[in-house]
Write a protein that binds this ligand. Structure first.
Ligand code: NAD
Ligand code: UDP
Length: 350
């Protein structure tokens, strides 16, 4: 395992930087490519500080095919973890072409370059948003898909492309078939326990945890709780929040699994990465107040368009085939979010 080189696209981002820490600590060599459209190179300096190890960083856009080809020529890459992409649902509705270009075309370029280099082990950041309205809680991987916005559809399209790619190798009886894990994340939150890396959103956050922590630190005045009339016990929306460190450990397990028995004949398989436990918006607010001792000023606001009442995973397949399960609970997630936010009130900006 040690000495294997992993290419991490989008490795300077929130989840990617945490993955780099786990990869380095597990003994992998790490090459990051990132165009820094939604991140700062400082995150990678912090990764090196946490681990005491160095990684290679190439500042490039994955759609730049020649630059990506050069990376594969220069380093002995054995597998790719593909985080690079745009992720804001609202923005995707306003800029669909940008989202499809980045997320779908970017993945096409990446897989073309991988195929030409004969590197055919890929872990893709998918999302619970690929599940359709007919899926019911807890979600299992075989439930119907049906994303409802351009961001979600870009993830679903990439999943389709990757399944087709794998199927073609099966039809052609390839001797080196594609081995692909589609990891469907539920709601990653939290930060590394060092407080040195974490989520650093641009501008006003869209997601609940960054918003709550910026209210706690006084950067934002008040949280709007989007809807208290859902058919849930307290009326607020329920999600499956997962600690980002648990999440990235699932990727390390996936690297092992791709190289092992489950993928011996190649293939493309989806795995839910969630805890299986749902918490409401008010559960999160209460946990934040309890763990940090701060008061979260909030008001009840109308529902946010496109939000589901409830969404949580059945993570049994990831346990069975990846040998993965979460280790951290809600209090860890909240405490680590707060540790990062209070140590870095302006994120990576000095
Ligand atoms: P992030 O924005 O922090 O990280 C993505 C990284 O990719 C950033 O560093 C960005 O600069 C880089 N990037 C974007 N487009 C690029 C391109 N064309 N070339 C090179 N680099 C590029 O986001 P994140 O939260 O770390 O998410 C990582 C992945 O996980 C994304 O694909 C996202 O869609 C997916 N995901 C995230 C969540 C979540 O809630 N955070 C949930 C489900 C899935
Ligand atoms: N939410 C909220 N106020 C906010 C942001 C989010 O009430 O400012 C709620 C949202 O309606 C959902 C939950 O918090 O029920 C998680 O939202 P988030 O955007 O973090 O993740 P999503 O599951 O929508 O991708």
């Amino acid at each position: 395992m040690a000495n294997k080189t992993i290419l991490v696209t989008g490795g300077a981002g929130y989840i990617g930087s945490h993955a780099c820490v786990e990869l380095l600590e597990a003994g992998f060599q790490v090459v990051v490519v990132d165009n820094l459209v939604n991140s700062k190179a400082e995150s990678l300096a912090r990764v090196e500080k946490i681990t005491g190890k160095s990684l290679v960083f190439k500042h490039l856009d994955i759609r730049d095919k020649a630059a990506l080809q050069q990376v594969f020529a220069d380093y002995p890459i054995s597998a790719v973890i593909h985080f690079a992409g745009l992720k804001a649902v609202g923005e995707s509705c306003q800029q669909p072409l940008n989202y499809y270009h980045n997320n779908v075309y970017g993945t096409l370029v990446l897989t073309e370059v991988m195929q030409a280099a004969n590197v055919k082990q890929l872990i893709f950041s998918s999302s619970a948003t690929v599940y359709g309205a007919d899926a019911c809680n807890p979600y299992t991987e075989d439930m119907p898909l049906g994303a409802i916005n351009p961001y979600g559809r870009s993830k679903a399209m990439v999943e389709d492309i990757l399944r087709d790619l794998s199927e073609a190798d099966r039809l052609n009886q390839s001797t080196n078939p594609w081995k692909i894990a589609l990891l469907r994340y539920f709601n990653p939150i939290g930060a590394h326990s060092s407080g040195l890396i974490g989520e650093d959103p641009n501008g006003i956050p869209n997601n609940l945890l960054p918003y709550v922590s910026q209210v706690a630190i006084g950067k934002l005045a008040q949280l709007s709780v989007f809807g208290d009339d859902y058919p849930t016990p307290d009326g607020t929306g329920i999600r499956d929040y997962i600690h980002v460190v648990d999440l990235v450990k699932g990727h390390i397990k996936a690297i092992d699994t791709l190289a092992g028995e489950v993928f011996a004949q190649g293939g493309c398989k989806a795995y839910n990465l969630g805890t299986g436990q749902g918490y409401s918006v008010l559960d999160i607010v209460n946990a934040f107040e309890r763990v940090t001792g701060r008061t979260i000023n909030y008001k009840i606001a109308p529902r946010r368009a496109g939000d589901l009442a409830e969404c949580f995973a059945n993570p049994a397949l990831a346990l069975e085939e990846l040998g993965w399960q979460v280790e951290k609970g809600l209090d860890d997630m909240v405490a680590d979010t707060w540790h990062w936010q209070s140590n870095n009130p302006n994120g990576y900006e000095a």
